[in-house]
Design a protein around this ligand. Structure first.
Ligand code: FES
Ligand SMILES: [Fe+2]
Length: 358
């Protein structure tokens, strides 16, 4: 069945927080609508980041630390598109260059600069690059064009999670947990028989593709819109783009037409942005290509996000994060199951990325 090796070696995985956060990568800093002319501060990869829009609407991201005496810049004020530190009044433009010093001889030291981060606005998301600006390649961002396509309707959400981001990356790469953790809130049910399972690995991407042929797709996914009494192909796929952007695709279509776009499709986009090694900002969107104007379906997916993503997945991730230090002390080792294959590959790819980051 497919190309999945069921005879996995037992790898000694790094505990997620042993690996440095990956800096040369894109992350969702905020939804576009969250950032206006007022300052928004958000800790991203253990850095205090200040976000705001200039008068022309361009969003900028700067380090929220004044290079003089380290006062938080968000406690200062806006002067046109520039920001003025609230402590001694150094003024910086939106590229981070210091343009005015009201103190003493009024000279501007060369080192008086705020770090600015590459920030790209696309599909209603502000993407931040936290590493070497010369390596910021927009082609490395996960495709979220469905967020803005008239063929799709998206219900967006997000919340804060007190856990290492990898605990949710692994959770999303192993949807078998839905059988148990989400039994009441959106599980796939246990009557599906997997017909084909394959993993496709790219340079910094991975696809976990599961196909259930000639079956009755679970009503939990498509609600009242799933055709009843008809045998269909159902796919449950996951795309991972390094380091922590994921998109699930659930589809049902006439037998033999899986993934060709002809049937009902549901995308679950998950953008995980580490705040620290033990916390993250979790942004998600549930997008469908059917029932675009049905508020009942909007509410059903909002409920799914609240119950499954927030309460259940995040609760487990936070509980595991809370015992990680204990397991180190107690010498507890993780065992792997055949269904952990994608998670293992992703961890190895991230180990290599962290090494290249040094
Ligand atoms: S700390 Fe910002 S100007 Fe002195
Ligand atoms: Fe889940």
């Amino acid at each position: 069945m497919g190309n999945v090796d069921s005879n996995l070696e037992t790898a000694r995985l790094l505990r997620p927080y042993e690996r440095p956060l990956i800096r040369n990568a894109w992350y969702c800093a905020a939804w576009s609508h969250e950032v206006g002319e007022d300052f928004l501060t958000r800790r991203i990869l253990d850095m205090p980041v200040l976000l705001y829009r200039t008068s022309s609407g361009e969003a900028v991201a700067l380090l929220d630390i004044c290079p003089h005496k380290l006062a938080p810049m968000h406690q200062g004020s806006r002067v046109g598109d520039n920001i003025v530190c609230g402590y001694h009044g150094l003024e910086f433009d939106c590229s981070g260059a210091c343009v005015s010093n009201p103190q003493g001889n009024r000279e501007i030291p060369q080192a008086a600069r705020l770090r600015s981060f590459p920030l790209l606005e696309k599909w209603g998301v502000l993407w931040i690059w936290t590493g070497d600006p010369a390596r910021a390649d927009p082609a490395k961002i996960i495709d979220c064009s469905h967020f803005e396509s008239p063929q799709w309707r998206t219900v967006k959400g997000g919340h804060y999670v007190r856990s290492n981001y990898m605990l949710l990356v692994e959770n999303l790469l192993d949807l078998g947990h839905a059988l148990f953790l989400h039994k009441q809130t959106g599980g796939l049910g246990d009557n599906l028989v997997l017909s084909d399972h394959r993993i496709e690995q790219g340079e910094d991407t991975l696809r976990d593709l599961r196909l259930y042929r000639d079956t009755q797709p679970p009503a939990t996914v498509f609600g009242k819109y799933v055709p009843r009494g008809v045998r269909l192909d159902f796919n449950a796929d996951m795309l991972w783009v390094a380091p922590s952007m994921l998109r699930s695709h659930n589809g049902c279509s006439e037998s033999g037409h899986a993934r060709d776009g002809s049937g009902l499709s549901l995308y679950g986009t998950h953008l995980l942005t580490p705040e620290t090694q033990h916390s993250m900002h979790y942004f998600y969107g549930t997008s469908r290509n059917y029932a675009l104007d049905d508020p009942e379906i909007d509410e059903a997916y909002r409920r799914f996000q609240r119950d499954a993503l927030h309460k259940e997945d995040s609760m487990v991730a936070e509980s595991i994060d809370a015992v990680l230090a204990d397991t180190m002390d107690l010498g507890v080792r993780m065992v792997t199951l055949s269904t952990d294959a994608s998670g293992i590959r992703v961890n190895r790819m991230l180990d290599r990325m962290a090494e290249a980051d040094r």
